[in-house]
Design a protein around this ligand. Structure first.
Ligand code: NCD
Length: 343
């Protein structure tokens, strides 16, 4: 793996398996049973020029749980980019201050351009509709854990990706990452105008995966193992798209009724979050809360060990983590959420 994490393009299957293995070793720390200080003294620069809750906080928490500290900046308003500073200058300056950088920016390609000006590891936390590689890694980590829990093999699995497949950067990184695995069946369902970009479909198909496109969720999905739903990325719509886009109908909603009627008992549901819970948004339904088939909070929890793994790997301390583990001394609840299902 190169010194930055900018795109799934730079990863091969061995690198992915390696990160999954390290993430597994991070679990006792992420679950707050053990403490490590392998990154003691190291500083992370978190540069978020777009809205974020999970990605920013989980990168921050992951770095802290390895013993490092974090400098955070959010939005353009309070950064010198508002004064016309280039990505090059900001990058070189930050490189002198911190040991790793996570950046989220609204323009596709911007994080890669930023990374060109520094040797300090840069992680792409989302570049417009481009990519979100750490999300895809935690998604695949979640998929492998869920399949292991269900006692099912991943080879030949059937995944349904639905929602905004055009502007959703998480699904762009995810489908690239899935293409590194043994042949899978991937079904795509998106509202008209929000289809997965054709080059991505071609690339995945050329690697031996079976891709199917269906017009809506009003169909039989009883052999689907995983549903990956996404939010409509209205903030990325062109004016023309905003004017022509029809509100989502119930034909695209993943809810309890859809799972009960059209899927099977072990189908589980993922979503990168946030889900739009406002009335009429027709995003992933809250009526699945507390249902063990809803894996979204196991998925967000998995963001911590996977992001710890990414830092440990980029900063070359992955062999040190088991060394000075100590027990946690503070109160930790049995489950993190009040509705967490017993599995
Ligand atoms: C996503 C993002 O920002 O790309 N969220 C995330 O990082 N988990 C998805 C979204 O905004 O819909």
């Amino acid at each position: 793996m190169p010194s930055h994490l900018l795109s799934i393009d730079a990863l091969d299957r061995d690198a992915v398996d390696h990160l999954i293995r390290i993430a597994g070793r991070m679990e006792p720390i992420a679950q707050r049973r053990k403490v490590t200080r392998v990154l003691e003294g190291a500083v992370l620069g978190n540069l978020f020029f777009e809205a974020s809750t999970r990605t920013r906080i989980s990168f921050n928490a992951a770095f802290c749980r390895l013993g490092g500290s974090v400098c955070d900046t959010t939005g353009f308003t309070f950064s010198s980019m508002a004064k016309g500073e280039s990505l090059y200058d900001t990058s070189r300056v930050m490189g002198g201050y911190v040991d790793a950088i996570v950046m989220r920016h609204p323009e596709q390609g911007s994080v890669a351009e930023f990374a060109e000006a520094t040797r300090v590891p840069v992680i792409n936390g989302g570049d417009g509709p481009g990519e979100h590689p750490s999300q895809a890694l935690l998604d695949v980590y979640t998929i492998t854990k869920e399949f292991a829990r269900l006692g099912k093999p991943l080879a030949g699995a059937h995944l349904l990706l639905t929602g905004d497949l055009k502007y959703g950067r998480t699904v762009h990184s995810l489908i690239k990452l899935l293409s590194l695995f043994d042949p899978l069946r991937i079904t795509l369902v998106s509202p008209p105008g929000l289809e997965m970009p054709q080059p991505l479909i071609d690339r995945v198909a050329s690697r031996g995966h079976r891709i199917e496109i269906r017009p809506s969720l009003a169909d039989d999905f009883s052999d689907v193992d995983v549903i990956y739903a996404t939010r409509i990325q209205r903030e990325r719509f062109t004016t023309e798209m905003t004017e022509s886009f029809q509100e989502l109908t119930a034909d695209y909603v993943v809810d309890r009724g859809f799972l009960d009627r059209r899927c099977n008992a072990s189908t589980f549901v993922m979503h990168p979050l946030p889900r739009d819970s406002r009335p009429g948004a027709n995003d992933l339904s809250v009526d699945l809360n507390g249902d063990p088939r809803l894996a979204i909070f196991r998925q967000t929890d998995n963001g911590i060990p996977m992001r710890m793994a990414i830092f440990a790997h980029l900063l070359k301390v992955e062999e040190e983590i088991d060394r000075d583990l100590r027990d946690v001394r503070w109160y930790v609840p049995e489950t993190f959420g009040v509705d967490d299902p017993a599995l």
